[in-house]
Structure formats: C-alpha cells, structure tokens
Design a protein. Sequence first.
Length: 510
Amino acid sequence: MFRGIKRAEGHKMAVSGSANPQEHWSGRAAFILAAVGSAVGLGNLVRFPYVAGETGGGAFVLFYLVCILFIGLPVLCAELMIGRRGGGSAVAAIARLSKSEGKSGIWTIVGWLGMISTFLILTFYSVLAGWVLHFVLLSIGDLAGAIGENGLGAISSPAFEAMSKDDISSQLGELLTQPVRMIIMHGIFIIVTIAIVMRGIKGGIEVAAKVLMPIFFILLLALTVSSLINGDAGAGFAFLFQPDFEKFGAALSDGSILLDAIGQAFFSLSLGSAMMITYGLYLSREDQIPGAARAVAFADTSVALIAGLAIFPIVFAAGLNEAAGFSLLFNSLPLAFHQLPFGGIFAIAFFIMTLFAALTSSIALLEVTVAIADGDVDVDPAKRDRRRVQGAIVIGLIAFGIGVANALSQVSGVETFFNTWHPLDFIPLFEGLVLLDLIDQLTANILLPLGGFLTAIFAGWVVSGSAAREELNFNSERTFKIWRFLCRWVCPLFVGLVLVYAAIIAPMLG
C-alpha cells in the first residue's frame, strides 16, 4: 500500500512536470511543422522512393503503410507521451518516469542511447548537408553565369548547359578532392544550425519551421507538377506504385524487407533517436498526442511518396537509370536537369528544397542534446537562456570538430589519415568502413534500432497503464488497449527483428 501511495504521488509529479509555459510550442500547427521537419530529411528524398520502386512498387508501398500504422504510429505516440509527461530532456524525462513508477534508474540508458545517436548522426549529417549547400551554390553560379553571357533568356536554358555530361556527373567526385571546401560548407551549415537552436523553441526552432517547411512544401509540389509534365509520368508512377510481387517476394524471402520497410517506417518518423521525446517535452496540455502523431505520420509519408514523383519521371525521361542515395542526388538529377527546359531554375529549386529538409532535421538533431542543458523543468528559468546558448555552441562546435574528421574520411585523390583509417575493421559489420560510413552504420543498424526497441518496452511495460491512458487521452478505451498491445508486443518484436537482421544476419549474408 505504501508503495502504491508513493507511486500515485510520483504520477502526480510527472503530470505537473511539464516544460515552462514559455517553452511550449505556440500551437498544434507549429509542433507539426517542426516535427515533420525533423522527420523529413535526405532519406525521404533520395532513399525511400528508390527502395519502394526496387522492392515491389505498390506492393511495397502498401506493406510500408501497414508498418507505419502498426509500428510507427504507436511508438511515435509513446515517445511524445514520454517527453510531455516526463517534463525534461530524453534522459531527465525517462529518469523521472522511472522514479514515479518505482523502477530502476537503469532505464535512463534509453535516453542516453537516443542522445548519443542523434549527436553522432549530426557529425556526419552536417557534412552531407554541406555537399547539398555546395550544389546549391554551384547551381546558382551556373545560372548566374549563363544570364551574364546570354541575358535573361538563359533562364529557360537547361542546367549546366556549358558542361559535358561527364563533367556534370563528376561534380561530386570533384568536390571530394577539395577537403577545405567540404569543411567550409560543413562549417557554414553547423553555424546556421547552432544559431537557430540557441534562440530556443519559439524564437528559433519554431520560427525556422514556420518559414522553411512551407517553402519546402511549395517547392516540392512545384517540382512534382513540373516533373509529371516534362518527364515520363507513366514510368514514374509504374516504378513507384505498380505492384511487382516478384521483387516483393524476393525481399520477403531473404529478410531484407525488414530493413527496407519496417526500418524505414520506424526511422523515417525520427523514432528511436529521442527526437520526438524531446519535441514532446514542449507540447502543451491542450495538444492531443494521437491526433498530432497521425498528422506527422501522414505528412512524412506523403513527402516520401511525392518526392518519388518529383524525381523519377525526369530521371526516366532523360534516359537515366534509377539510383539510390547520393548517386541519385548528385549524379542522376543534375544530368536530368541538364536535359530540361528551365533546368537551371529547377536545379536551384531542388537543391534549396533538399537543403531546407536537411536543415530542419539537423535542428532537431542538435536540440536533443542541447535540451539536457535547459529542457528540464528543474532548471531555473533565469538560467535557461544562458545554458541553452552555451549548450548549443559547445555541442555544435564538438560536432563540427568530429565532422571535420568525417569530411576528411571522404576525401579522394589524396591519401589522408582519415580516408585510410578503418577503426573497427575487425568487426564484420564495420569491416572496411572509414569514419563517416562507420558512424552511419553504427547509428542506423545498432543504436537507433536498440533505442527504438527499448523505448517500446519502456512505454509498454514500465509506464503504468493509468499514466499512459491519462497522457494519451485516446477517444476510447478500446483504442488505448490496441495501442498498449502494439507497444508491448508488436513493436518490440519487429524492431527487434530489424536489429538482429541488420547487426547479425545481413553481415553474414554479405
């Protein structure tokens, strides 16, 4: 009985422990824009559409939507619930909830895993975003040069008109031979990220989301319409949405569907990384978590699908093969813009859109770690601003320093310590990987799945039913019971399978 009284008091403490009112999002729309911005990143634009087309088209998309519904949404609700009810950074929120439930403080490892993961991701994500910034400047410079030579009529010209196809497709390779430029682009991107995060939730992150995300959506829709008109719309739709059960069956039989669909559904929503726990901290009591989570999941999934229609019709119309990752972004697409009327305009718009997606994600990555400095309710409001500024600068500079090493690990044409160093070469999963690729593999295949697995366990088994029910406030008891069942059993099972496949089975299969 005594423990029950203490537990009830703990629940009351957790409920009252929300962030300072001045640190709340100004409204539901602001939260959704910021949350979608954190989730929509380079992966939505350059990986998901390709994986969908290569893994069964419409069959894969349908399976992916099922994964979003039964895995992504439940864990998204859980993370937002943990952040708001815990009233602190990922570590502080989980520590407070564990204490209120009479559980061991060992559960704070969930928060630490998320914070470490997001910090490590930031150290290489900002390098990749620096490459995007380089292509923004390259595209602007190309069009400006064409206008300078040929007048305003050059606006209707294709992108990179004065360059050969070989020169266009080798632009990324040329950048990789310029370590100083890579570091400068990386540094500019980190400085902008720090400047936004240090201004706080309303003055920085929310303002950035309200400005960047509407522009992002406008550019995405404009590029999609143009792609469907000027490109091979039929081939694009067929690649993405026509069911190919042979490809889907092959992915199902070798287990790669676990990474391709379940992993994408889980990590596309920034789950397992403590981002949504951190953003949940700033949700007010008036905001309904289930509705907000549905809006974020819908917007994120829509962006991934629409991005495919913005990209592949023009790629196919140009007679190019579909590709994944940065080969698509920096090789195939510049070649496609090279064959389009007004290609210079489209190239600038596309790379600016991609840069905005990267920036809103990097803001969330830095905020997760900075929140430990000022996000907790126990922080004196008078010290909050100073601690946030100090935290953003110090953590951002450390990320920049590690990012320099990551950038140098990608240098080609000249041998450096970092591009020949393979720190964990003795582990099959990391064999032959330089620093940037190693951190990418470590976070994607180990830390994020493990964090997601433990988050689902914590929300389903450690947080009491009464606390979760009160915080989530579903429309019916039946809906709550479904959520709890999914969080307790379905999500841990399938995320655990992703972890086992990525860390053990995939390296064995080669």
